[in-house]
Design a binder for this molecule. Structure first.
Ligand code: SF4
Ligand code: SF4
Length: 276
């Protein structure tokens, strides 16, 4: 790719991110002003994650990667070798409200989709090479990578700390399962509802965390501390940002990200050591 083309793509990405972050910042400020995320009155249930890994298995859900996650990853681009890879594997995903955003793929979905693309892209040896390289790096990085697995590409079955990107995991992974409406009451004032349309969090089922992770009845809400409430508010503001920036969804930025970071991604394969 020419240098000019690369600059053009980077400009597009930066404009896209700036616009998203501007909207995200204003939504977050409003959520704080109206104190939208509240503790559930009388909540007395404690939750303790038992590291079962079910939330990292994408059978009925996926993990969103929001613009604020991308901005954080871009800030680390020069210090963490894995960052170009994180940005290069984002998949477009669509929610039940038709909100389109970006998510982490499962091992199975990245294997299937990238192999489909490799077949389609017969005319571009460079793109094929980058996609093959990403699959190769993932297999190096995650020794339990399995092309039939529904687990997140960064979930390592055998290691003590299962998440290979724990320090940089997306905000949704940090919040889970506290952002379930049953756990933390979210009261959206009418003026915000009118402004942002029909945003409703209408999940009826409890998250997949095993029963023993709750002390008490989880339907009665879970005690969350200030920090956890702030994280939930950030996650919800991120989701709304995707909703509000629907007009930008005609362009799939995942392809742009792969183009921009292809040089670094190919370098990672040559170095054969992805980890720091
Ligand atoms: S990024 Fe880590 S915590 Fe999040 S789904 Fe993947 S393995 Fe699980
Ligand atoms: S499903 Fe729940 S208990 Fe299991 S790892 Fe995820 S947050 Fe922890």
């Amino acid at each position: 790719m020419s240098k000019e083309k690369n600059i053009e793509l980077e400009d597009f990405l930066n404009t896209w991110l700036d616009r998203n972050m501007e909207i995200y910042g204003s939504i977050l400020a409003e959520w704080e002003e109206y104190d939208v995320v509240k503790p559930v009155p009388g909540a007395h249930v404690e939750f303790n994650c038992n590291d079962c890994g079910k939330c990292c298995e994408f059978k009925n859900h996926w993990v969103w990667v929001y613009p604020s996650d991308m901005v954080k990853w871009l800030q680390e681009i020069n210090s963490e070798k894995i960052m170009p890879l994180l940005l290069g594997i984002l998949f477009p995903v669509q929610d039940h409200d038709d909100v389109i955003g970006y998510g982490l793929p499962s091992q199975k979905s990245i294997y299937e989709k990238f192999n489909q693309f490799i077949k389609i892209l017969k005319g571009s040896k460079h793109k094929q090479l980058v996609l093959r390289s990403i699959l190769k790096i993932l297999a190096q990085l995650n020794p339990t990578f399995n092309k039939n697995s529904d687990y997140c590409i960064f979930y390592n079955y055998n290691s003590e700390q299962h998440c290979l990107i724990y320090d940089f995991r997306p905000i949704q992974c940090k919040v889970f399962p506290l952002d379930y409406p049953q756990f933390t009451s979210i009261e959206i004032p009418k003026n915000l509802k009118d402004k942002y349309g029909t945003y409703e969090d209408d999940l009826e089922d409890l998250p997949m965390c095993p029963k023993e992770t709750y002390k008490g009845d989880p339907l009665k809400g879970v005690m969350v501390n200030e920090d956890e409430r702030d994280l939930v508010a950030m996650e919800k503001a991120n989701y709304l940002t995707s909703y509000v920036t629907k007009d930008w969804q005609d362009t799939d930025i995942s392809e742009i990200l792969i183009e921009i970071f292809s040089f670094e991604i190919l370098n990672l394969v040559e170095k054969k050591n992805v980890k720091k």
